[in-house]
Design a protein around this ligand. Structure first.
Ligand code: PLP
Length: 226
């Protein structure tokens, strides 16, 4: 299968399983520029990377009209490099990070859009806020005027049978709906980023409106840099 065929198949699945006209974010980590350009040439302009330096290197080499997303864990010491370089940071997982991003965005005179990463399954190996913390985090964020919280992101545990993790997506959708009519001027929850190669159909059924897909588009990665 070519990149084009793979993307077409995912787009068909989006039509079939999504009630919210979800957006496909092409995850390009470890993928070389030539192959990313194939996706770009079909018309894709939203790409996700999980490492700051790799993202910046690729951004420099690719056309300028791409909207880059940072989807991997962000260390506070890399904040200054990435704020303002990406349309959306999916992986904000601490108040400290939230404040640091806010300060940097303030210095640059911009508003940085971000998502809060939520650790629904409470696995130790995953980062993210617990859902019980969200209310407090949103309250604290109310004073941070240089960020805009656009929604939530989660990663489900890997499971041979993705039906087993449907509950993870259901739970996050419930939180998303619970806070959806919050009216702070820097919080507008309109993105629900969930679902990867293994589980995106189920995430779509449960209300994801951004799916983050890598290996189904580009093939198996040669090395794993999660
Ligand atoms: C790698 C990655 C993806 C895509 O994973 P695939 O299984 O290759 O589709 C999605 N989200 C995050 C945060 C990732 O790191």
């Amino acid at each position: 299968m070519t990149i084009k065929e793979n993307i077409f198949e995912i787009e068909e699945d989006i039509k079939k399983y999504s009630q919210s006209n979800a957006k496909l974010l092409c995850v390009t980590k470890t993928i070389d520029i030539t192959r990313i350009k194939e996706a770009y040439d079909i018309g894709y302009k939203e790409f996700g990377e999980n490492k700051v330096q790799e993202l910046l290197d690729k951004k420099e080499k690719m056309p300028k009209d791409i909207n880059w997303h940072l989807i991997g864990h962000l260390q506070t010491n890399k904040v200054n490099k990435i704020v303002g370089e990406v349309g959306l940071i999916h992986s904000v997982d601490s108040i400290k990070l939230l404040k640091k991003i806010n300060n940097r965005a303030y210095d640059l005179g911009i508003i940085q859009d971000i998502l809060l990463q939520v650790n629904i399954s409470k696995e130790d190996t995953k980062s993210g806020f617990y859902k019980e913390e969200l209310e407090e985090v949103l309250k604290e964020a109310n004073d941070l005027n240089s960020i805009k919280i656009r929604g939530f992101m989660t990663m489900a545990p890997y499971s041979e049978n993705p039906e087993n993790i449907r509950w993870v997506f259901k739970e996050l959708k419930k939180e998303f709906d619970k806070f959806s009519d919050l009216s702070y001027n820097n919080i507008k929850l309109d993105y629900l980023s969930m679902g990867m190669t293994n589980d995106y159909k189920i995430a779509l059924e449960e209300g994801a409106n951004i799916i983050r897909v890598g290996s189904k588009i580009f093939g198996k990665r040669e090395y794993n840099n999660v």
